[in-house]
Design a protein around this ligand. Structure first.
Ligand code: GLY
Length: 383
């Protein structure tokens, strides 16, 4: 199946100067937990099947990898890390790992966490630079240290000591978009007003590619917080989870989102289930979304209802003020020990207003997109 990056998706939709029809989009996955698919084609699944693996929509093409591990009787943490590693390695997904959009200084900084249900262990890294596979690094923190979280340059040095390859995580694409962001937001990082080049600067940066320019304009105006969470339960009922991200684009160096925070962007309890999140991490951190969702499931709520409870707390923090809530988007995802799953998005749309927010599910047959239940039944939310 053809994988569409979010970038290509935008370029296409913007190039058409109109939102593409749902039918045109069906079958193509955009990263960042946002689906390009028509509602008619999104099938509500049977609940309660094991083994089961789910992720944000940008992981659909990689879920087979995790399901193969689960079917062979492999460990659930190996399965979820295998899935997100595919997305971390993908230079066309500019929300995670290699090619992620950088911080305001042009450095890609990654956050990730893992939780292993059977042993109730956790590991995390935050604001780590130059190491592509942050999720595997978080797993290494869990397995090889007496710590739960390592951050910043300490995390990079730990990775090198553990044999991870150091590399520049900026692709040409993400570097140019960062330069365009600098040009738009700083008086200094662009030709002076006396320069005949000024008008043509964006065009020269992107070699006249109008689609690239349109995409750059979009992510400059609406900094994305793309991420991939992945959760699995195997045939025995063992559960693990991971979440990995390049975080908020153009962030202040050192900014850490919810993805590496155990109990916010990722949580698993082998007796109950697991939860993860995408979208504006700051809002999730304030409600400890991952832990809240698992505790709600422990009290008997379905994964969807448990996600809805966490989202209700986020909305309550803004007294239901849609204007303020409209400045961000947020998604919660959950599975329980029986193999039931669910997800809730704050707004109806995915990354584009025309698309239904959805998530990716594989319960043994094939990976597919399933609609999120929405808190507000209308489009909204920055990324
Ligand atoms: N949810 C990803 C972030 O806020 O960094």
């Amino acid at each position: 199946m053809e994988l569409w990056s979010r970038r290509k998706f935008f370029l296409t939709s913007l190039a058409g100067s109109a939102l593409a029809s749902a039918n045109e989009l069906f079958g193509r996955t955009t990263p960042n937990g946002h689906a390009a698919g028509s509602l008619a084609n999104l099938v509500t699944p049977a609940q309660g099947k094991r083994p089961l693996i789910i992720s944000s929509a940008n992981g659909r093409h990689a879920l087979d990898k995790g399901m193969d591990i689960l079917k062979r009787g492999g460990d659930t943490l190996d399965a979820v890390v295998a899935v997100v590693t595919v997305v971390e390695d993908d230079p066309n997904d500019d929300s995670v790992g290699y090619g992620g959009l950088p911080n305001e200084e042009g450095e890609v900084e990654l956050d990730a966490s893992v939780m292993h249900g059977p042993t109730h262990r956790a590991g995390a890294v935050a604001a780590v630079r130059r190491i592509k596979n942050a999720s595997r690094l978080a797993k290494t923190v869990m397995e090889n240290t007496n710590h739960t979280m390592i951050v910043g340059d300490g995390a990079r040095r730990f990775a090198v000591a553990e044999g991870f390859e150091e590399m520049n995580l900026l692709t040409e694409h993400s570097r140019k978009i960062w330069l365009a962001w600098k040009a738009k937001t700083s008086f200094n990082w662009r030709p002076g007003i006396d320069s005949p080049e000024w008008k043509a600067y964006m065009s020269s940066l992107f070699k006249g590619d109008e689609k690239e320019i349109a995409y750059a304009e979009r992510v400059i105006a609406h900094p994305p917080t793309g991420t991939i969470p992945c959760m699995a339960v195997d045939a025995k009922g063992d559960i693990s989870a991971t979440t990995t991200t390049s975080g908020l684009s153009w962030k202040i160096p050192g900014r850490v989102g919810d993805s590496p925070i155990i109990g916010a962007g990722c949580y698993a309890d082998n007796e109950v289930g697991a939860a993860g999140s995408t979208g504006k991490g700051e809002e999730n951190i304030k409600v400890c979304g991952g832990h809240t969702i698992v505790e709600m499931m422990r009290q008997g709520k379905s994964p969807t209802d448990a996600c809805m409870e966490a989202m209700t707390r986020v909305v309550h923090n803004y007294k239901n003020d849609k204007k303020k809530l409209g400045t961000f988007h947020l998604y919660f995802y959950a599975i329980n020990k029986d193999g039931a799953h669910g997800a809730v998005s704050l707004w109806r749309n995915g990354y584009e207003a025309s698309n239904q927010a959805s998530y990716a599910v594989h319960d043994g047959t094939e990976a597919r997109l399933v609609p999120c239940k929405t808190f507000f039944d209308e489009a909204g939310g920055e990324q």
